[in-house]
Write a protein that binds this ligand. Sequence first.
Ligand SMILES: [Zn+2]
Length: 231
Amino acid sequence: MESEGAVVEPDDDDDGPDSQPHDPRVVVTKGSPWTIDRGRRERWSAPAFLTKHAVEVRQVGDPVLHAPGKKPRLDKKELEPMVQRMFASMVEAHGIGIAAQQIGVPLRVIIIDVDEVGIVAVNPEVDYESAEVDEMSEGCLSVRGLYGMLERPLIARVTAVDITGKKFTIEGEGLGAQCMLHETDHTNGVLYVDRLRTRKDLFPVEPDEPGEPHLSVSGHTRDEMERATSH
Ligand SMILES: [Zn+2]
């Protein structure tokens, strides 16, 4: 994958089998998107901020999730408060991405937050998908309690504009590609469950008990599953 412009951390030799991969799974390949950077992330994750801005995430069946979003007016003053509500709602629900439709706003705006990249993309369009696919577990904040096994292209590229209208391109691999495609699907009124070949590929997230992690079929705890795959 092209990783131009990305900061790639050298792998530590003492990494145990439990450590997370360090290569960013979403990289900016053109332009420089407006992001939820470290400062914003800190402020926007504070308990008082979440109480004020987080809203209930809309659930499957709500018409706003099943219709294509509209192109928003590119005005930072109007879009930033909505992005704050999106981010707070995502943090509250332990997601790694969210679309405006999930908080009930029918606009084509998404946040991609795999590896905490915090990229805010307006009018995203998929402009490349690799022929090579990968089957991964995938969850959605709007389909609570379930996750699916779904094939997605291993690598994907999305072109979008930021909240002030500047164009940029991002590329993702694995979970990064999944997130970019999952969120872009939301802007078109498509959920991952619409892409499943059969309902047999859909599984309940196993109930969790405090202090006693339960393993799901894919070998992850519920908390890991939700954190790892819900958008
Ligand atoms: Zn989703």
